[in-house]
Design a protein around this ligand. Structure first.
Ligand code: DAH
Length: 346
């Protein structure tokens, strides 16, 4: 009987050691501590044993039961800890997993173009300037040698702000061109000045494939003691070469701007037909991209500079046209339509 008990505890402990799951543990408990277990049977049969043996076997059997119960409790605890550890392990962050891709945004094609143009002019010594979009008549027209009733005002269909000064004049507007920034530059800087003013300009016009009431312009302005037409042409040639490519031909022709004397327009060879003439260039082979000129002496005077000492050139260019020419986009409204199918291509 004693041997039987000793064998039993040895087996029970060995088996308990191998248990790894709740189900196995329960089966073990039933087998060794349950009502039908060998140990229970031995304890029940104690009454039939002679006195002396009953005491020895009884003491041993009870000790074994206590030990098995104790071991069972410990094992239960151990299994619970194991489960906790593996649960925490499964939930923890695996920092070696690649992250989920966020949908990437991108810059609007007009913004990209502005940055590219700025890079070119900044490398030539120009600084980027900002000027107000809501402007005074004085800066947009008056100081640029476009007085009241000058016919040049008609060509700039102006959006006026509903505001009158003390003399009852409507003198506030949405700037029609960034040339207004040139006067502001002379008021705040001393020569030599080299600035570009970039941003939105406004014209009271119906939208179509080549017109929108709000578009982007860049105006460049350089003032120094010996600025000549050669500097104007050199700067703009260099810009055209860098933006459109070395091979692109450039043409200057006379033009008229009240704030320039003389004034010119610059055209580049049409990129679609290579100068032969097509629908895009109106069969001329050339596409006009900017107006420019030597600043009129009266404008320099308005800026507080003596035109006998200082000379200056300026140019103004629509920005929207550049990506249109480069990518063959035939409708300017696409830039302002917020259609991602269009915008994602750039
Ligand atoms: N401001 C003119 C326009 O919007 C463009 C222009 C022409 C700007 C000649 C200039 C310039 O600075 O010198 O049509």
């Amino acid at each position: 009987m004693i041997n039987e008990l000793e064998e039993l505890i040895a087996n029970a402990l060995r088996e308990l050691e191998m248990v790894t799951q709740d189900k196995e543990l329960e089966a073990w408990r039933v087998r060794y501590l349950g009502k039908k277990s060998q140990l229970t049977a031995i304890l029940r049969g104690l009454a039939d044993l002679p006195m002396e043996e009953r005491r020895r076997v009884g003491a041993l059997a009870n000790r074994i039961r206590a030990e098995l119960e104790n071991s069972y409790q410990q094992k239960t605890q151990l299994l619970r800890e194991d489960q906790l550890v593996s649960a925490v392990g499964a939930e923890s962050l695996d920092i070696t997993l690649p992250g989920r891709l966020l949908p990437g945004g991108r810059l609007h094609p007009i913004t990209q173009t502005i940055q590219e143009i700025h890079e070119i002019f900044v490398s030539m010594g120009f600084q980027v300037m900002e000027a107000p979009e809501v402007e005074w008549d004085y800066y947009n027209f008056e100081a640029l040698n476009i007085p009241q009733h000058h016919p040049a005002r008609d060509s700039m269909a102006t959006l006026w702000v509903d505001y009158k000064n003390e003399r009852g004049e409507r003198n506030m507007l949405l700037r029609t061109h960034n040339t207004a920034g040139d006067i502001r530059a002379m008021e705040t800087m001393r020569p030599p000045i080299r600035v570009v003013t970039t941003g939105k300009v406004y014209r009271y016009e119906a939208s179509d494939a080549t017109h929108v009431p709000m578009f982007y312009q860049i105006d460049g302005f350089a003032v120094d003691k010996s600025i000549t037409m050669a500097e104007l042409k050199g700067t703009l040639y260099e810009f055209a070469r860098r933006f459109f490519g070395e091979e692109r031909k450039v043409r200057f022709r006379c033009d008229y701007f009240p704030f320039d004397e003389p004034g010119v327009e610059m055209a580049i060879e049409c990129g679609v037909c290579g100068g032969k003439g097509c629908r895009l260039c109106g069969d001329s082979g050339w596409i006009e991209i900017l107006g420019a000129g030597m600043t009129h002496p009266k404008v320099l005077e308005r800026g507080g500079l003596d035109p006998r000492v200082y000379s200056s050139f300026a140019f103004g260019m629509g920005i929207d046209r550049l990506p249109m020419l480069r990518y063959g986009i035939d409708d300017i409204r696409l830039f302002y339509g917020s259609d991602l199918r269009f915008l994602r291509q750039f």
